[in-house]
Write a protein that binds this ligand. Structure first.
Ligand code: NAD
Length: 251
């Protein structure tokens, strides 16, 4: 499959979970993939396994995010796809939340994603030459929201608020960047089996599986497939959307 041949894709937080599955799926579709992780050596090693490139990046550092997007753009002659995936989940009932955890969640999940979308928008808006020599402008961005950003969840107020912010970011950026040929969408996964959710109590996971119409939790590859669709040409008239990948969770 070579739908994304000649395109350059950046996936933040791509060393495991949904980000890694997405990086692999985009590479399988023919894209040149750069993934980032907090540990540069690990990011490089993980990316090498499927012929991609890895870079170190703490998405909580706003300026560093822009610098990495510019570096990828310079190294690979442009940027066509951004998957702003890096995120953290701080759980805790409202009364127990600490200021540093609140700030960190907003810094990584919201500010880090804003930084990535801002820098990618600038890079994609520029006219450039594709690998086959044809002029190209525009691109596709996907941000990782969550079902809790629209439904809410007890014990996840700040995480949920950060993900709701990303829905608003995607919809707003889609309006701003659409005239430049840049599409921006969000995916809102339900509960997907990754390190992020592994720490949740078994009864919570069982409850979420039972609450899904499909009666089970999701797999990272099932989110990656949807992201691959959203950044590909099959979704060329789709922007400003939030696509649930949640097995049919009822709000
Ligand atoms: P994960 O914890 O397995 O992976 C998260 C990735 O983000 C890791 O590679 C991690 O290193 C990276 N990351 C975290 N903080 C970072 C930072 N400061 N700088 C750079 N990288 C950082 O999680 P996942 O389940 O694969 O989640 C990926 C995204 O999907 C997250 O944004 C998460 O909120 C979202 N999401 C996950 C689920 C789920 O059920 N797993 C549901 C909805 C949304």
């Amino acid at each position: 499959m070579s739908e994304l041949a000649g395109r350059v894709a950046l996936v933040t937080g791509g060393t495991r979970g949904i980000g890694l599955a997405t990086a692999r799926a985009l590479a399988e579709a023919g894209a040149t993939v750069v993934l980032t992780g907090r540990d540069a050596a690990r990011a490089e090693a993980v990316a090498k396994e499927f012929g991609g490139h890895g870079l170190g990046l703490d998405v909580g550092d706003f300026d560093a995010v822009g610098a990495v997007v510019r570096q990828v753009t310079a190294d690979h002659g442009g940027l066509d796809v951004l998957v702003a995936n890096a995120g953290i989940m701080e759980n805790g009932l409202l009364g127990m939340l600490r200021a540093d955890a609140v700030r960190r969640t907003l810094e990584v999940n919201v500010a880090g994603t804003v930084a990535a979308v801002q820098a990618a928008g600038r890079a994609m808006a520029r006219k450039r030459q594709a690998a086959d020599g044809t002029p190209r402008r525009g691109g596709a961005i996907v941000v990782l929201a969550s079902v809790v950003g629209t439904h809410g969840a007890a014990g996840q107020s700040v995480y949920a608020a950060s993900k709701a912010a990303l829905v608003a970011l995607a919809r707003s950026a889609a309006k701003e960047l659409g005239p430049r040929g840049i599409r921006v969408n969000a995916v809102a996964p339900g509960v997907i089996r990754t390190d992020l959710t592994a720490s949740l109590p078994a009864e919570v996971l069982d409850g979420q599986a039972a609450a899904a119409a499909l009666g089970r939790l999701g797999e990272p590859a099932e989110v990656a497939e949807v992201i691959r669709f959203l950044v590909g040409d099959g979704a060329r008239y789709v922007t400003g959307q939030v696509l649930g990948v949640d097995g049919g969770l009822v709000p």
